[in-house]
Design a protein around this ligand. Sequence first.
Ligand SMILES: [Zn+2]
Length: 266
Amino acid sequence: MNKKKPWGGVVDPFRLCGNIYFVGTVPASSHLIDTTDGLILIDSGYQETLYAVIDNIYRLGFDPHDIKYILHSHGHIDHSGATAALAELTGAKTIIGKADRPMVMGENDLVYAKELNMDFQYFTPDILLEDGDIIELGNTKIECVSTPGHTPGTFSFFWQTETHRGILTAAMMGGLGRNTLTSDRIKKYHLEKENWRGDFARSLALCKTRSVDINVGNHCNQNQTIERAERLRNGDADAFIDSSSWLDMLNKAEKHFNELIESDPL
Ligand SMILES: [Zn+2]
């Protein structure tokens, strides 16, 4: 996927499971959580895919104006690029991990808008997450767990959702990309004094202690979003209910991370 043409990855929106809906695109996942008292959007996508996300929300029968919170897994451009515009449109409150606040406010270049030569409208978050915070709306309580490494303010989310198989645990791991952990990137952005690699290892270990029934990927490759959506369309209502998907994803990430550590020492 060409990151400079993210609109090329438009996807038909769909109900993933329980109160969770996919409204994003292939290069930038966005999920809508339908509570009994309004909507929560997890990650807004690129500014360039804003209209696709708005259209997807309408196509599912929801109204973007009912979004009360825009919650961010982390501050990179593919997760928060459309946030400023969406917040202005909807009046939603924006929420992000405390340590990613400087990046979305433009105090450094770490959203990667400059590197990708893409637009980014910086914004001041309304709510800054601390480890263990609960975001509650209607019948939904989202537990927000600090899982730094991919960025310092990456958060992972855990919540219960009522499904045709009873109440199940859904979760999103907020940042698995090793792209920010390469020695090149660390040197380029002068992050030598940070310990992002150590943080990443600890966050993976922490997530591995959780048991999760519905793995909600913040990128399509984490939970095979597109393939599972196809299974849903073909009548498999359980396509996203998979208690091994979470651990499989984390184990794979850990393997790639260990390979990086070995091949690319700091
Ligand atoms: Zn990222």
